[in-house]
Design a protein around this ligand. Structure first.
Ligand SMILES: *[C@@H]1O[C@H](CO)[C@@H](O)[C@H](O)[C@H]1NC(C)=O
Ligand SMILES: *[C@@H]1O[C@H](CO)[C@@H](O)[C@H](O)[C@H]1NC(C)=O
Length: 402
């Protein structure tokens, strides 16, 4: 280090020798830095952080080896309806017809390659952050046993929708106070085969869907898994204090229900019947990314869509920030949620889990070239349909080719 400096000065003696201009330069530089940084410092001291994070830490993310070994399989997916719909988060199939809910509050019906608006739960206008609570945001969508659709709208609650007429019936209003708390972010649902019970999540009582970055970064632990009885119309809280309760999926035998806990990068399990009825445990701990929706796979396991990777080897921003709440506060004093999203590296990732919770296989798209992020992987007729909460297209992967 020292040697290098001496050589440098010897080679440019004029720089070292000119003490006066060197001093001027130093003063100018210091003044410049102070002028630029002082307001920033004052601003960070005066500004209030929108979040109130508690420190916590993750386990070291799993190594991307074995069934998690990165591959390019997700790049074999084809994009469908590019530019014709935005943010098809969740997907349901009824024969050859596809249903999905989009970021502009619509429930779309896609048949014979044509997109139609089936229903709209909220009101126009739509398209901005300010409009979102009144526009509505259909997230989880399922086909029930009678061939009707069941939809979880982030702002309005649970609905049944007629797939032909588009008639909408409210089942549970998001305004309903449940055990003293409102539902600020209704997210996903799963229905029993007899149609009697609907399991659903409210991701948070505090943060709405449009503030999901705050929810993740604050690590708020107020998400709930709930059960709606379609006969008694009662709602019961099964699990509370979840950090971003997200996707929901009943097991094939309907003896338990899985719920992804996004902020914790894990999947929880609630036992509905059997010896462990009413109890819960962790189905999958320490995922290689942050999970979104979970859907059945034809092998009796589950597909898990992942929003953001926790690379190992590599650097995971969320893992780094978790024990440093002061840094999270600083970030949100300086940047908007939309801005922070731009720093998140794109990476398409879908996992297939076996029914015992082990990893069967994974499909990757490093850098998200074709599939930038996966909110849900929905298997139908040998294809995996991939949703995204922000992309302007659906993706479809031929499972026979991977
Ligand atoms: C299905 O239809 C039957 C007969 O109309 C009705 O009793 C039942 O409640 C319906 N189930 C659902 C889930 O809508
Ligand atoms: C993946 O699932 C298939 C179908 O159930 C099974 O035959 C196979 O053994 C599984 N592979 C692993 C690695 O778990």
């Amino acid at each position: 280090m020292r040697k290098l400096k001496v050589n440098f000065l010897q080679r440019f003696p004029t720089v070292a020798g000119c003490a006066y201009s060197g001093k001027v330069f130093r003063i100018t530089l210091t003044t410049l830095i102070v002028t630029l940084l002082a307001p920033l410092l004052v601003a960070t001291l005066l500004l209030e952080s929108p979040i109130n994070p508690e420190p916590f830490s993750y386990k070291e993310p799993p190594l991307l080896t074995g069934p998690l070994e990165p591959n390019l399989k997700l790049r074999q997916a084809e994009r469908l309806f590019d530019g014709q719909l935005i943010g098809p988060e969740s997907i349901a199939h009824l024969g050859e017809v596809i249903f999905t809910g989009t970021a502009d509050g619509q429930i779309l019906k896609i048949s014979d390659g044509q997109i139609h608006t089936l229903a709209r739960i909220g009101k126009l206008p739509c398209g901005t952050r300010e409009d979102e609570p009144t526009c509505g945001r259909p997230l989880g969508i399922r086909v029930g046993p009678n061939g009707t659709l069941f939809v979880a709208d982030a702002y309005y609650g649970l609905f049944e929708v007629n797939p032909v007429t588009g008639e909408v019936e409210m089942l549970v209003s998001a305004q309903k106070i449940i055990q003293g708390r409102r539902m600020a972010f209704v997210n996903d649902l799963s229905i029993t085969q007899d149609g009697r019970k609907i399991y659903f999540t409210d991701s948070s009582s505090k943060w709405q869907r449009r503030d999901n970055r705050y929810l993740v970064m604050e690590g708020t632990a107020d998400g709930r898994l709930m059960e709606y009885d379609t006969v008694t119309k009662q709602v019961e809280v099964l699990m509370d204090d979840l950090r971003f309760a997200n996707g929901v999926q009943l097991s094939p035998a309907e003896d338990y229900v899985l719920v992804t806990e996004t902020t914790m990068a894990r999947i929880r399990r609630y036992h509905i019947s059997g010896l462990r009825k009413g109890g819960h445990d962790i189905f999958f701990d320490n995922l290689p990314g942050f999970p979104d929706n979970i859907r059945p796979s034809s092998s009796g396991g589950y597909w898990v869509g992942m929003a953001v990777l926790r690379p190992n080897p590599g650097f995971s921003m969320m893992d780094f920030l978790a024990p440093r709440p002061w840094l999270k506060n600083l970030i949100f004093k300086l940047f908007s949620q939309e801005m922070t999203m731009k720093f998140v590296p794109k990476y398409g990732l879908v996992l297939e889990l076996n029914e015992d919770g082990s990893i069967n296989r994974s499909f990757h798209d490093p850098h998200g070239v074709v599939v930038p992020a996966v909110s849900e992987a929905d298997e139908h007729d040998g294809y995996l349909y991939l949703g995204s909460y922000y992309s302007p297209f659906l993706c479809r992967l031929d499972l026979n080719k991977v």
